[in-house]
Design a binder for this molecule. Structure first.
Ligand SMILES: *Cc1c(COP(=O)(O)O)cnc(C)c1O
Length: 398
């Protein structure tokens, strides 16, 4: 069963049907989890033919190359993102580094948004620069002005929108168009929208990368990355993933595919609860401002409204000037909000964030400390109670 040939079917419908091959699975709805390294061939001719077709769609050649489980997941993500095909990677960061490595060469120039996820930046500074790639960080709000930064050797323009700590919304179509006009590929980290609320490829972007670890998996129990692209870029990305040995464990792939079936309902709830909590926080005296593009007074709201169809559970809270001890008093005593990295699971999380330590093109200024919240699937009333008690601890701290 496939809805691939029905261009009008909605994302929610695609999420239920994408990547399924019920007929070949004896009628069962979900694909089996294929555990594989070695694949046996009956003849030498079959083995050699398989090796030469290794990069073709759906080839069964060796476990690392792909299994029916990984192909089902890749098909589902490609359909969700509206891309030609997708390539699975072992983590979100692995999907990002594989993509960057696909275009890295001595003398190439990459433009990277200053709002990029910290480890993405660390890879650019720690690996790409060492290999002879010239890296320039740019103001995430540059929009069409990126044209002035394009050089004859610019091969790649990297976006992350909204930035996962600072939540600036980028003018993705303008930046993608400038990249294309200048002969560079455009790449976006699309983790925040989960591919459901934003379709980068429909806005002219060549490659959309997601940390599937977050909302696709959705239950904080697997690591997963995935790269979706246009037809023109797909083969290069697939080949680099092969050369780097990218693959993911079959159980983790199954968790991600399973998570996708409920992605739309989970995100709807994450979205509603996060907005309620963001609006409540806006009115609190301890709060300086909220970084959430779906709020009408957010600087990124107009672009978000133009390009996105929804928002997720992740947003930032700039507190009024206070001491680190007061923030610790708040965070250390939370009962429902857990403290830990990652997000996108069913549970609410909070972390202190320090974007000022990462920026270079456009320094990050805030009057007070920044915390980042991920709103999970708990009842909003309970989460508000937890936050209220936390803000009271913050107020009471010396
Ligand atoms: C978590 C995250 C990643 C990295 O994903 P992992 O699966 O943890 O490697 C990349 N980009 C963003 C925006 C993230 O939040």
């Amino acid at each position: 069963m496939t809805v691939q040939n029905q261009p009008k079917s909605k994302s929610e419908t695609r999420l239920v049907h994408a990547g399924r091959n019920t007929k070949e699975q004896k009628g069962m709805i979900n694909p089996p989890v294929w555990h594989a390294s070695t694949v046996l061939f009956p003849t030498m001719a079959d083995l050699e033919a398989s090796a030469s077709r290794r990069m073709n769609k759906g080839q069964i050649n060796y476990g690392r190359v792909g299994t029916p489980t990984s192909y089902a997941f890749e098909d589902a993500v490609a359909e969700l993102e509206g891309g030609y095909r997708a390539v699975v990677a072992s983590s979100g960061l692995a999907a990002i580094t594989t993509t960057l490595m696909t275009y890295a060469e001595i003398g190439a120039h990459f433009l990277i948004t200053d709002s990029a996820y910290g480890p993405t930046r660390a890879y650019c500074d720690g690996v790409l620069k060492r290999l002879g790639v010239e890296v320039t960080y740019y103001d995430p709000l540059i929009g069409a002005g990126i044209k002035a930064l394009m050089k004859s050797n610019t091969r790649l323009v990297y976006m992350e929108s909204p930035g996962s700590l600072t939540f600036e919304v980028q003018d993705v179509p303008a930046i993608a168009a400038a990249a294309r006009a200048g002969g560079a590929v455009s790449v976006i980290d699309n983790t925040w929208s989960a591919g459901l609320f934003f379709k980068p490829l429909a806005h002219g972007v060549d490659i959309s990368v997601q940390a599937g670890t977050k909302y696709l998996v959705g239950h904080a129990d697997a690591m997963m990355g995935v790269i979706t692209s246009t037809e023109a870029e797909y083969k290069k990305l697939r080949t680099m993933a092969y050369m780097l040995g990218q693959c993911a464990g079959p159980d983790d792939i199954y968790f991600a595919l399973r998570g996708m079936r409920t992605l739309a309902v989970r995100l709807q709830r994450h979205q509603e609860s996060a907005l309620k909590i963001a609006r409540w926080l806006q009115k609190r005296p301890e709060v300086e401002r909220i970084l959430h593009p779906a709020l009408p007074n957010d600087p990124g709201h107009a672009l978000w409204k133009r390009d996105f169809t929804g928002s997720c559970g992740l947003f930032g809270v700039v507190l009024k000037h206070t001491s680190p001890q007061a923030v610790a008093a708040m965070l250390d005593g939370m009962s429902l909000f857990g403290m830990g990295f990652s997000w996108g699971g069913f549970e609410s999380l909070v972390i202190p964030a320090h974007p000022e330590t990462q920026r270079s093109a456009k320094p990050w200024h805030a009057d007070g400390p920044l915390i980042r919240l991920h709103i999970g699937l708990e009842a909003v009333e309970d989460l508000l109670q937890d936050l209220e008690a936390g803000l009271n601890r913050l107020q009471a701290a010396p």
